[in-house]
Design a protein around this ligand. Structure first.
Ligand code: FMN
Length: 250
């Protein structure tokens, strides 16, 4: 599965088989985490208790079914740019996990914080966790209802772009990027990120007036999604971090 296929296949999985992730796949996830940490000064940690068949994190039973034995702990700088970088690189990790046939979910709140014990350096915090395991073949009614209730609030793709030009006339790669942003995860599916295409520049911003810390995770996630969407139609590029950070097409 390509990264773009993974982007389209990804959903938040809230029902897991009681099946450990094999060691060779855990090693691949660890390699992605090592790359992210080296690239951005993050402190992501992979907990793998597959050998002991012991849950790697206690997920809230009202939201989740099953158990996971592998889990990424998203530790990074506690400021807003740190939150954005955590979001950006978490999405890279999530898409790799999906491409490897695994199910994941970004979880900032609905887990037992006491069930994990990450190493946290000065100026860092635990932004969230990503359980990694195998999705059950059938999603139980409760978990299906949770997802469809929150995704029902989806915005239209056109609303994700702010520009002086009509959406239909925008370059195909910007529309592809916006579609990818829409498909991505965001905290309680608030979809708080817009792509701004003005004066020939592409930036991304939080359009909601009331901001919270998790929206900076959403901003980074949206930037990664945009990049993968644009690349799929032939425009490679990279982002500068920060709300005014530009997307630089190569
Ligand atoms: C920063 C962030 C925090 C999230 N926290 C939780 C959480 O605590 N519990 C949960 O079940 N889902 C959580 N999610 C998943 C979102 O609810 C989900 O991404 C959104 O509803 C869109 O659905 P989808 O991911 O299935 O496309 C979180 C997502 C993000 C990006």
């Amino acid at each position: 599965m390509t990264e773009f296929e993974a982007l389209n296949a990804r959903i938040s999985v809230r029902s897991y088989e009681k099946r450990p992730v094999p060691p060779e796949i855990v090693a691949e996830l660890q390699a992605v985490i090592d790359d992210c940490n080296a690239a951005a000064g993050l402190h992501f940690q992979l907990v793998d208790l597959s050998a002991a068949i012991k849950p790697a994190v206690k997920l809230s039973p009202g939201m989740f079914a099953g158990e996971v034995y592998t889990c990424a702990l998203l530790v990074g700088p506690e400021d807003e740019i740190g939150g954005e970088m955590v979001g950006y690189f978490s999405e890279k990790l999530i898409l790799r996990a999906v491409a490897l046939g695994l199910g994941t979910c970004w979880v900032a709140g609905t887990y037992d914080r006491k069930s994990v014990s990450p190493a946290i350096g000065e100026g860092e915090k635990l932004w969230g966790v990503v359980p990694i395991g195998y999705a059950t073949a059938r999603t139980p009614v409760i978990q299906r209802a949770v997802r469809s209730r929150i995704r029902a609030k989806d915005r239209n793709t056109e609303d994700f772009v702010e520009s002086d030009f009509p959406y239909a006339s925008l370059p195909a790669w910007i529309r592809a990027g916006a579609e990818a942003v829409k498909a991505g995860p965001s905290a309680v599916n608030q979809q708080p990120v817009n792509i701004v295409y003005k004066g020939g520049l592409v930036t991304a911003r939080l359009w909601k007036e009331k901001k919270n810390q998790m929206m900076y995770n959403d901003l980074g996630i949206a930037k990664y999604q945009f990049q993968v969407g644009a690349e799929n139609v032939g425009v490679r590029g990279f982002w500068n971090f920060g709300e005014d950070g530009e997307f630089i097409a190569e």
